[in-house]
Design a binder for this molecule. Structure first.
Ligand code: ADP
Ligand code: MG
Length: 727
């Protein structure tokens, strides 16, 4: 779309009426206009060059130098036509978020003149001076060499005045320094493993990919109130704050009508998303006050993840325009629900066959049960790793609290699929098979009804929902690559193991589909321990899960150990996704980030308490003391005793809480200093978790008690009731 047309569309959006008045520009008019996708390539690249690009995207073929030059030239012309003046490689370092370094197209060549330059080399590879990104020791910081390399499967786009080129970020020796590299490797591993198995079902030349539909939850708070909360600014969560009398107990926020100011924000956000081709589809209120959700239509997981990261950064800047701050932290407020990012994950072929969708005949249903059983087995064998990949200092507040999945990974299948598997287990003798007509016996029928699955278990961390699994333990601030990479990797490994077992049966003379049927049954039998349809929040489940041998660890630093278990190292290296060295580096970074997050919270809480809360509490204490002293002067001893005793008790309360808080803060900072002194990252993280974290709650108790006593007018921070209700 021409730039002038876009300007007109943007103008039309400037004054958004509450009730849309036609003619509002149709989304189709501007959808994807800022993306160098197939449609936009047509005007700027010859058909030969486009074909080469598509082959590179679809078949992973490397583009030769010449083609890259032409792509770069076309991309530059398009970007300049759309108003871009700069370009950047856009990548995903392990700090979280995205990184970019803008270079101008302008190339002043020294004779008082300048030309616009963007070469094939600039498109394909760059060497950002990225020495301060974490590498877990993989990259010698003195060398500082990390490379970004173009990922053609995620199209370039324009943000502001900058052409952004999605890239991977790797070290000089090829190790992954980002989230995207292992994700891409895991996707091709699972794609290959699934395709090999599909050949037995007669499906050939139909490439498989992993798909992801994320559901992003978030909070909005008023910018001005936010600015008065140092804890929100620095730690993105309230470290102190007494519950508001009303929060979510009335259940009146969930799916309620969205406040008009928030709707304006959402519309603006959607407009920007559509220009970037992010297929957002649903928006609604969530359970907690001020909590909302936005979800797109699912896409190939690499693209879906890039889109989620883009969305998170768009949300931040667009919220500002509307006087909001967006909070992506998993638990910004104590006592109200936290935020997650459900990851709906599935495998499907390019022609649209969903490998987690029930079929219409016996063979298709066998395929479905086969992929289901393999998923369950992969999750069962690697349940500790799956928890490790979603665990962070911030998500730990959510996992295991009574609102989100417990810190134990199990899977919920729903009644119909569970029944189908039970039938399969008891169908051992029904082995009459006709390859041509499909199965006459032995394959449970799964009703079509299943596709509209309403049979939900909200407490399950990994629930089957009709044509996909919904992994609910992922945190709202996370890069979902961590989770999807693990799912793809463990699935790739399991499918390979499964196929080897099937091949062994065939070698012994079993027919292929019969071999698959038998192996599916055995796979399910050995994995069914992971299935749990009951209440995942209950204490009984914790006991039961322990008995079943599922990982019940709740300490984040110890959960991270699972990345380095022999099982994980084997699965990762066999799937070709990450080496042991890369896993070690990543785990090191996880411990490191954990320590830093807790340490920041400690310093902020100490500062808040010492410099904001205690001085105010002292002032209020003095007001009461002054009052009591004056009362004592005018009332008789006896009268004074009867009318002043409760006020004196309050003074005592204040003094006690202040005294305790002060002592705890000194101890907390001391303990944190000691924890920080350890040279070993794992030991440091364990010390922060075991020794330092408990102080955060203990200090808070006293401060929150003071909040309930001290004069509201004096209280220096906005309270929950103000933060949580947008007017
Ligand atoms: P709910 O809140 O009921 O879980 P939503 O509509 O909010 O459902 O989100 C469901 C998400 O799952 C959407 O992003 C949707 O596109 C995605 N989804 C649907 N089918 C699949 C599939 N086969 N594979 C991956 N994601 C899917
Ligand atoms: Mg959901």
């Amino acid at each position: 779309m021409a730039n002038s047309r876009l300007k007109a569309v943007e103008k039309a959006f400037e004054h958004q009426p509450i009730v849309a008045t036609p003619p509002a520009p149709a989304t189709s008019e501007y959808y994807g206009c800022m993306v160098f996708d197939r449609k936009n390539m047509r005007g700027y690249l010859s058909s030969d060059i486009r074909r080469a690009i598509y082959e590179s995207i679809e078949q992973g073929k490397t583009l030769d130098r010449d083609v890259a030059e032409q792509v770069a030239a076309g991309m530059k012309r398009w970007a300049m036509d759309m108003g871009a003046t700069h370009c950047t490689h856009w990548f995903q370092p392990l700090t979280g978020g995205t990184a970019e370094k803008h270079d101008s197209f302008a190339d002043p060549y020294g004779k008082g003149e300048s030309i616009e330059v963007f070469s094939g080399k600039q498109l394909c590879q760059q060497e950002p001076d990225a020495s301060s990104f974490p590498s877990g020791g993989l990259r010698n910081t003195f060398e500082a060499r990390g490379y970004t390399a173009w990922d053609p499967s995620s199209p370039a786009f324009i943000l502001g005045d900058c052409l952004c080129i999605p890239t991977v970020f790797i070290s000089y020796t090829g190790e992954a320094l980002d989230f995207k590299t292992p994700l891409l490797k895991s996707d091709s591993a699972v794609s290959k493993a699934a395709a090999d198995l599909l050949a037995y079902f007669g499906i050939k030349n139909d490439p498989v990919s992993s798909y992801l539909g994320w559901e992003q939850e978030y909070f909005l708070v008023d910018s001005e109130l936010y600015a008065q909360r140092p804890d929100l600014i620095m730690a993105e969560r309230t470290l102190i704050g007494h519950n508001s009398a009303r929060n979510q107990q009335l259940d009146d926020h969930y799916f309620g009508s969205i406040p008009p100011r928030v709707v304006e924000f959402m519309k603006d956000l959607e407009f920007e998303c559509y220009k970037l081709g992010i297929p957002v589809k649903t928006r609604h209120n969530e359970v907690a006050p001020n909590q909302f959700e936005i979800a797109p239509v699912y896409e190939k997981s690499n693209l879906a993840i890039d889109h989620n990261l883009l969305l998170m950064s768009l949300m931040r800047s667009i919220a500002e325009r509307h006087g909001f701050k967006v909070l992506l932290h998993e638990k910004p407020f104590e006592g109200v629900n936290g935020s997650g990012k459900h990851c709906n994950w599935s495998l499907a072929t390019d022609s649209g066959i969903g490998l987690m969708s029930p079929g219409k005949n016996s063979t298709e249903n066998l395929r479905f049960l086969c992929f289901m059983a393999n998923t369950l087995k992969a999750v069962y064998d690697n349940n500790a790793l799956l928890k490790a990949c979603v665990m962070t200092a911030t998500n730990a507040h959510r996992l295991g609290a009574n609102e989100a999945p417990p810190a134990i990974i199990s899977s919920f299948l729903g009644e119909q699929v569970s029944k189908a598997f039970e039938e399969l287990l008891s169908s051992e003798d029904m082995v009459e098979i006709s390859d041509k007509r499909g199965f006459s016996l032995g394959i449970p029928q799964i009703p079509q009804l299943l596709l509209d699955n309403t049979d939900r278990n909200r407490t399950s961390p990994f629930a089957f929902t009709g044509n996909r699994f919904e992994f609910r333990a992922v945190g709202s601030s996370a890069n979902c690559s961590s989770a999807i990479t693990v799912l793809n990797t463990i699935m790739a490994h399991q499918l390979k193991v499964f196929k080897a077992a099937v091949d062994a049966r065939i070698a012994k003379g079993e027919k292929p589909l019969k071999a698959i049927l038998d192996e599916t049954r055995e796979t399910y039998r050995s994995a069914q321990t992971i299935c749990f349809d009951g209440n995942g929040y209950s204490d009984d489940w914790k006991k039961e899960a322990k008995k079943r041998g599922l990982d019940c660890e709740t300490s984040p630093p110890l959960c991270f150990d699972s990345y380095l278990s022999s099982q994980s190292v084997m699965v990762y290296s066999e799937a070709g996704v990450m080496t042991e060295e890369e896993l070690e580096a990543r785990t090191e970074i996880k411990w490191e980030i954990y320590c830093k997050k807790i340490d920041i919270e400690v310093r902020i809480l100490a500062d808040l308490t010492e410099n904001h809360i205690l001085p105010v509490a002292t002032r209020y204490e003095n007001v009461l003391l002054d009052n009591v002293t004056k009362m004592k002067a005018i009332f008789s001893e006896e009268e004074f005793r009867t009318i002043a005793d409760s006020e004196i008790a309050t003074i005592r309360d204040i003094a006690l809480h202040m005294n305790e808080a002060r002592k705890l803060i000194i101890e907390m900072e001391d303990t944190a200093d000691k924890a920080a002194a350890s040279k070993d990252a794992r030991k440091r993280a364990v010390a922060y978790h075991d020794k330092v974290v408990p102080f955060l709650d203990n200090v808070r108790k006293h401060v929150d008690a003071l909040e309930m006593i001290v004069d509201d007018e004096m209280w220096p921070l906005p309270k929950y009731r103000e933060l949580l209700f947008i007017r």
